[in-house]
Design a binder for this molecule. Structure first.
Ligand code: IMP
Length: 194
């Protein structure tokens, strides 16, 4: 049983969310060294980016088990965009990203044409293994933002069958169904088999 790992992120919000997701599992997430500088996310896929981060952190810390994570939004009618460009889609902040996304989908008046999913990919590097864990949650892009919780595209992502956006959920509710929680629970399950 492996009960602690390094996670390759400097994002304090993400670290808090992941620790919250893993509460009660017994798996502890160690923070990165504060002065670490991660390489640019130049990968063409979430997996490549997650690997880049994990590999860098493993080199720096010499950690036995190190995980890198990358996530984003994939919109069907936009051939998977914003995808790996989710964070920097419009070159500004969350509000600009949302505005650009809603603009690109403005011709699609039917919910069925606005299908999207959030995806998280975790790459775990151990002493011998490289493992990948994926989590997805399906939904569609709303016609305008709703809700004030969360971050990123949460106000325009309505979960399939739920009638609410991620931004209309509490942190506990989001963590029960999110792409990130599915992927991290799979990671925890794997580590406890070791
Ligand atoms: P990261 O690489 O996991 O930091 O995520 C990249 C970008 O994807 C974020 O900056 C957000 O724009 C978007 N994203 C990822 N996960 C979520 C989520 O749970 N809610 C809203 N946006 C998200």
């Amino acid at each position: 049983m492996k009960s602690s790992i390094y996670l390759a992120t400097k994002n304090a919000n993400k670290l808090r969310e992941v620790r919250h997701i893993l509460q009660g599992t017994g798996l502890l997430i160690k923070s990165c060294p504060p002065d670490i500088v991660f390489p640019e996310e130049t990968g063409a896929t979430f997996e490549e980016n997650a690997f880049l981060k994990a590999e860098h952190l493993k080199r720096i810390t010499g950690g036995e088990f190190v995980a890198g994570e990358d996530s984003g939004l994939s919109v069907e009618k936009l051939n998977g965009l914003p995808g790996v460009f989710s964070a920097r889609f419009a070159g500004g902040g969350d509000a600009e990203n949302i505005e650009k996304l809603l603009g690109m989908l403005s011709a699609y008046k039917d919910t069925a044409d606005r299908k999207a999913k959030f995806i998280t990919v975790i790459v775990l590097l151990g002493p011998l293994e490289k493992m990948t864990f994926t989590g997805e949650v399906e939904g569609f892009i709303t016609f305008s933002p709703r809700g004030t919780n969360g971050f990123g595209y949460d106000p325009v992502f309505e979960i399939a069958g739920a009638g609410r956006t991620f931004a209309e959920l509490s942190a506990e509710e989001k963590n029960r169904v999110s792409h990130r929680s599915t992927a991290f629970r799979k990671l925890a399950d794997y580590l406890f088999t070791l």
